[in-house]
Design a protein around this ligand. Structure first.
Ligand SMILES: C[S@@+](CC[C@H](N)C(=O)[O-])C[C@H]1O[C@@H](n2cnc3c(N)ncnc32)[C@H](O)[C@@H]1O
Length: 255
């Protein structure tokens, strides 16, 4: 399954810092979707999605978690200036929800909405959020390229972690995510983009990663966010070959 990521990239784990997150400032749009759903609960909105991502959902955290967890911790440090205690946050391609739970604990007066194509991933995210006692989470089965209409203009912050390389409609997905932001909201796209890492990982991804489409180079990912209408797109390196493109929704983006 995604075992290659664990084997090749496990050494990156040592790069993760274990700093305690500073308390977030006041503000943010607050909770909108989780009070409506009454908790984590999976809302079905996607129509007839391929089952690719359901395979291996149960093994995902064990195989990929040692790699994606530290990467996301580094990204979260870099995203901290954009988060408030009441932020409404969208996690695109949330998988079984490890990142989503970290953010939900931070934005205690706001919420995190996770979307994923895979019902199996969402079931796990739901179960684990419940077990963690998190009430400020809502989960939707949706394609990033066809996000539910009520999402439009509704989020302070959106992020995706290790998801862009799966998008079959990258521009529509980036545009949909950009449209989900309020004016001034930010989108952080975290993925493997370094030429050496992606060259090494491409044959393995082709062979064993369900739903893998292509890796994006750093500039290509920045250009994609710009093409989606985001402004002031900048780049934060997180670990060798891995980084985060982050852009802001201006007031002019059509919703
Ligand atoms: C490699 S996993 C990343 C999971 C999690 N973000 C993490 O960092 O561990 C990619 C996830 O993206 C989801 N995904 C792929 N394409 C998607 C799309 N078009 N819309 C929504 N989710 C998608 C998959 O179902 C899978 O759960």
């Amino acid at each position: 399954m995604w075992l290659y990521a664990g084997f090749i990239l496990l050494p990156l784990r040592v790069l993760a810092t274990r700093r305690r997150a500073p308390p977030l400032g006041e503000g943010g749009l607050g909770a909108q979707f989780s009070p409506q759903t009454g908790g984590p609960t999976v809302i079905l909105t996607a129509r007839g999605q391929p089952a690719d991502f359901d395979e291996g959902a149960a093994d995902y955290d064990r195989c990929v978690g040692p790699f994606s967890g530290p990467i996301f911790s580094l990204a979260l440090d870099a995203m901290a200036p954009y988060l408030r205690s009441g932020s409404r946050v969208l996690d695109v391609g949330c998988g079984p929800g490890a990142a989503l739970r970290k953010v939900a604990r931070l934005v205690a007066r706001g919420e995190v909405v996770g979307v994923d194509l895979s019902l199996e991933m969402l079931r796990l995210a739901d179960e684990r959020a419940r077990r963690a006692g998190l009430g400020n989470v809502a989960l939707f089965q949706a394609d990033a390229a066809e996000l539910p209409l009520p999402f439009t203009g509704s989020f302070d912050v959106a992020y995706s972690c290790l998801v862009h390389h799966h998008f079959t409609q990258p521009l529509a997905s980036a545009q949909g995510i950009a449209a989900s932001l309020r004016p001034g909201g930010v989108y952080a796209a975290i993925d493997a983009t370094g030429p050496r890492l992606t060259r090494l990982a491409t044959p393995l991804a082709r062979a064993v990663d369900p739903g893998w489409v292509r890796f994006w180079g750093r500039q290509a990912l920045i250009d994609l966010l710009v093409a989606a209408g985001l402004e002031r797109v900048s780049w934060t390196p997180l670990a060798p070959g891995i980084g985060m493109a982050i852009g802001t929704r201006g007031s002019g983006l059509a919703s």
